[in-house]
Each structure stands twice: as C-alpha cells, then as structure tokens.
Design a binder for this molecule. Structure first.
Ligand SMILES: Nc1ncnc2c1ncn2[C@@H]1O[C@H](COP(=O)(O)OP(=O)(O)OP(=O)(O)O)[C@@H](O)[C@H]1O
Ligand SMILES: [Mg+2]
Length: 328
C-alpha cells in the first residue's frame, strides 16, 4: 500500500469517525432510551463512512527519487496504448485496473494519463491539489518525465498524472517541432525501468493520440459490447496504419478487449461474435463484465482489485493481466 493510500484512508476514517460520533451523540441526547435508534445510527454511520473521497488540499505526494528500488530484473519494456477514439468504451477503467492487476502480479508498471479528463489519475486517488506538474509539462515545457512520476500509487504501479492543462496541448503542439514525437522521446528514457508502460488515451484522434501511437509498441483497443460497437474502428485502424508506415514501423495491435459485457443480453453476445469475426485471434479471451462495482471504484480512488477484490470485475481484470503476461 502506498504512502498516499495510507494518508487518504487515515483522513477518511478520522473524518468518518468524527462525523459519525457527532451524529451518534446528537441522536443519543434526543432519544436516550430508544433502541430503534441504534439501527438508525448504524445506517448513518455506514453512509458516512462510505462517502466518496473529495478533492481537499492534501500533502504533496512522494516523488520518483523516493521510489523503492525494483526487486526483479526488468527485461524489455512494453509500451501499450489503450486506445479508441470513441468515448466511454472503458479505456480509463482498463488502464487503471489492468495496471493494478499487473502490479499485483509482481510487474513494474507505469500508467501515463494522456487524457485531459484525468480519469486514470483520479481513479487511482490522485487529487488535483497534489499535482504540481503533469504530462502537459513533459510534452510542452521540457520537464523530465521522472519529475512528474508519482511512485507506488498502488502495488507495483507508478503514474504520470494529467490535469485539465493538457487540454491546451492539442492546440499548442501544432506549432511545435517534432510534435508527434514528444511522448516517445519522454518515455524512451524509461525503457528498462518498467515491465509495462500503459498509456490511457483521450477519446479523439488528435495530436495527443498520435503521440501515443508513435510512442507505443502495441495497442489495446477496448470495444464496448453495445450497439455500433465497431463504429469508428476503421478510422482508428487507418490512423494506426498511417503512423506505422511513416513514424513507428513496429506498431501493432496487441489485443482487442470486449468491455461492459452482459451475458444476459443477445446484443452483448452478438457483439462478441461480430468483433471476433472481424479481429480474429487478436481478441482477448477475457470478457470484461458490466458491473456496478467497476463504475463505483474510481470515486473511491481505488482499483477494483482493492475495492472489490472478490468480485467479477476484479477477477476479469486479473484474468486479463495474466493473458497480457502470457502474450509476452
Ligand atoms: N465493465 C464496466 N462495468 C460497468 N461500468 C463500466 C465498466 N467499464 C467502464 N464503466 C463505466 O463506464 C464509463 C466509461 O468508462 P471509461 O471512463 O473507462 O471509458 P473511457 O473510454 O475511458 O471514456 P473516455 O472516452 O471519456 O475517456 C465510466 O463511468 C465507467 O465507470
Ligand atoms: Mg478515459
């Protein structure tokens, strides 16, 4: 467990205890002898304790210099962009939970949040008030990526966070030299330091996504098991081919991931069949189920393997991590 996790939990627990005991003492004064209220108090306590985390000022996080040395020998670093210009298909959910699952399997993982929405950052409990520099400063202000890395955000996982500042990058990069290579240059220095570098892409095919396509060795394409699942995929594959032929000859699909699968619906099953026909063996065997827990976990700043370790979502992302490791 990271330093920040501890602080966050301690703070949340303290707040919950204070607020809960206030409620309890108020209720006790009003109804000294009423046993029915014990039940009510328990309900209130539970609801207070389960409040999602808020972005309140927090102490600064650890820096890369404080990172504990990696215990195993790192072979070839794999840089994988999680990409689909279609919005809401499960890119950030996959980035956060695959990173955490790989970390729990003993791998060293860096998660690069390349989306101005910053969903991967907040999903792992990074609060805006704690971030001095973000990936924007790496891409446009020549800040070394090591200075932006927050180490050990969860077991085996470091993160390069994003803030809304990154929204300006799409426009500002246009006039820069070597604008497509910024992320590749930055992540180059990290090869050999991580087993996996995962990049969470924004829902667009702009310059940020092109930077991810140039920096990546491979792509994971999440596809939501919904109507129009394959819409826009041809455009994505065209962009991949263009970058491959001009800037990154070894770029390839690592795997297509079916997300938000609901086995009770015919539609979900049809989409699985359609996507498997289209992409063949590239499709991961693991299907990510639609579960409420997966959508709740980010508001608690936790990956699913700690938020609901025994649930369907955690099992699926652990299976996916094992498949990723097996694919080599
Ligand atoms: N397997 C799942 N089960 C239930 N809800 C999910 C699942 N995967 C993702 N979600 C929810 O669906 C929404 C979109 O997911 P997510 O943010 O991961 O998609 P995205 O592709 O990163 O979106 P964007 O394109 O905006 O970056 C979120 O509210 C998320 O919590
Ligand atoms: Mg996202």
């Amino acid at each position: 467990m990271g330093f920040f996790d501890g602080l966050k939990r301690e703070k949340r627990d303290n707040e919950s205890i204070t607020q809960s005991s206030q409620y309890i003492s108020e209720l006790e004064t009003d109804n000294d002898t009423n046993n029915d209220f014990e039940e009510e108090i328990e309900v209130i306590e539970r609801s207070v304790i389960q409040q999602p985390i808020q972005d309140v000022p927090m102490p600064p996080l650890k820096t890369y210099k404080d990172k504990a040395p990696v215990k195993h020998v790192i072979g070839q670093t794999k840089i994988i962009a999680i990409i689909n210009q279609k919005g809401g298909v499960g890119k950030s959910t996959t980035a956060v939970n695959l990173a955490a699952a790989l970390g729990s399997l003993g791998k060293q993982v860096l998660l690069v949040d390349l989306d101005p929405q910053g969903n991967s950052s907040s999903g792992l409990g990074v609060m805006k008030s704690q971030i001095k520099n973000c990936i924007y400063d790496v891409l446009l202000n020549d800040v070394p990526i090591e200075e932006v890395i927050i180490p050990d955000i969860c077991e085996g996982v470091d993160i390069v966070p994003a803030t809304i500042n990154l929204a300006g990058a799409e426009v500002e990069l246009v006039t820069e030299m070597a604008r497509e290579n910024r992320l590749k240059d930055a992540t180059g220095s990290l090869r050999g330091k991580y087993d996996y570098i995962l990049i969470d892409c924004p829902p667009a095919l702009g310059l940020l996504t092109i930077n991810a396509l140039v920096a990546a060795d491979k792509l994971i394409i999440p596809i939501q098991c919904e109507f129009y699942a394959l819409e826009g995929v041809t455009k994505l594959l065209d962009s991949m081919k263009r970058v491959k032929s001009r800037l990154n000859p070894t770029l390839d699909i690592y795997g297509v991931l079916l997300t938000m699968y609901d086995g009770r619906t015919t539609l979900s099953r049809q989409v699985v069949e359609e996507v498997r026909n289209y992409f063949g063996k590239s499709v991961f065997k693991t299907l990510i189920p639609r579960t409420v827990k997966l959508s709740e976990a980010p508001s608690y700043g936790q990956p699913i393997i700690t938020y609901d370790p025994a649930g369907k979502g955690a099992i699926a992302y652990m299976d996916l991590a094992k498949e990723v490791v097996q694919r080599g």
